[in-house]
Write a protein that binds this ligand. Structure first.
Ligand SMILES: [Zn+2]
Length: 76
Protein backbone atom coordinates (compact mmCIF):
# COMPACT_ATOMS: atom_id res chain seq x y z
CA UNK A 1 0.00 0.00 0.00
CA UNK A 2 1.62 3.25 -1.14
CA UNK A 3 -0.98 5.46 0.41
CA UNK A 4 0.44 7.49 3.25
CA UNK A 5 -1.51 9.65 5.59
CA UNK A 6 -0.29 12.21 8.05
CA UNK A 7 -3.53 12.21 9.91
CA UNK A 8 -2.68 9.26 12.08
CA UNK A 9 -5.69 7.98 13.88
CA UNK A 10 -8.10 10.73 12.84
CA UNK A 11 -11.39 9.60 11.41
CA UNK A 12 -11.52 8.32 7.86
CA UNK A 13 -13.35 10.23 5.18
CA UNK A 14 -16.11 8.62 3.18
CA UNK A 15 -17.59 9.55 -0.16
CA UNK A 16 -21.26 9.86 -0.95
CA UNK A 17 -22.42 6.70 -2.78
CA UNK A 18 -24.40 8.88 -5.20
CA UNK A 19 -22.07 11.76 -6.03
CA UNK A 20 -18.71 10.86 -4.41
CA UNK A 21 -18.54 14.13 -2.52
CA UNK A 22 -17.20 14.03 0.98
CA UNK A 23 -19.66 12.91 3.61
CA UNK A 24 -19.76 14.65 6.95
CA UNK A 25 -20.18 12.63 10.09
CA UNK A 26 -23.05 14.00 12.12
CA UNK A 27 -21.96 12.31 15.31
CA UNK A 28 -25.17 10.36 15.41
CA UNK A 29 -25.82 7.34 17.53
CA UNK A 30 -24.31 4.16 16.14
CA UNK A 31 -26.54 1.15 15.64
CA UNK A 32 -24.64 -2.09 15.75
CA UNK A 33 -25.69 -5.08 13.65
CA UNK A 34 -25.38 -8.45 15.27
CA UNK A 35 -21.69 -8.76 15.84
CA UNK A 36 -19.97 -5.48 16.53
CA UNK A 37 -18.01 -5.33 13.28
CA UNK A 38 -20.90 -3.69 11.44
CA UNK A 39 -22.78 -0.59 12.37
CA UNK A 40 -25.07 2.07 10.94
CA UNK A 41 -24.19 5.72 11.30
CA UNK A 42 -25.71 8.90 9.91
CA UNK A 43 -23.76 11.09 7.49
CA UNK A 44 -24.48 14.26 5.60
CA UNK A 45 -23.85 15.01 1.92
CA UNK A 46 -24.07 18.63 0.81
CA UNK A 47 -25.83 17.44 -2.32
CA UNK A 48 -28.06 14.67 -0.98
CA UNK A 49 -28.61 15.56 2.64
CA UNK A 50 -28.61 13.15 5.53
CA UNK A 51 -28.16 9.46 4.86
CA UNK A 52 -27.44 6.34 6.82
CA UNK A 53 -24.35 4.37 5.94
CA UNK A 54 -23.36 0.87 6.96
CA UNK A 55 -19.79 0.78 8.16
CA UNK A 56 -17.58 -2.22 8.62
CA UNK A 57 -13.99 -2.78 9.58
CA UNK A 58 -11.97 -4.85 7.14
CA UNK A 59 -8.89 -6.98 7.78
CA UNK A 60 -6.56 -3.98 7.46
CA UNK A 61 -8.55 -2.13 10.11
CA UNK A 62 -9.80 0.25 7.45
CA UNK A 63 -13.42 1.24 7.68
CA UNK A 64 -15.54 0.57 4.62
CA UNK A 65 -18.80 2.44 4.13
CA UNK A 66 -21.74 1.46 1.97
CA UNK A 67 -25.28 2.80 1.83
CA UNK A 68 -27.47 1.19 4.48
CA UNK A 69 -30.35 -0.94 3.26
CA UNK A 70 -33.65 -1.80 4.89
CA UNK A 71 -32.23 -5.27 5.51
CA UNK A 72 -29.56 -3.70 7.70
CA UNK A 73 -32.18 -2.05 9.86
CA UNK A 74 -33.91 -5.37 10.46
CA UNK A 75 -30.66 -6.82 11.78
CA UNK A 76 -30.04 -4.29 14.53
ZN1 LIG B 1 -24.18 13.02 -2.47
Amino acid sequence: MAVKTKQGKSTQKFGCPFCQQRLWNLGSQKYYLGKRDFWLEKFFCEEHGEMWMRLSRNLEERIVATAATSDDWERI
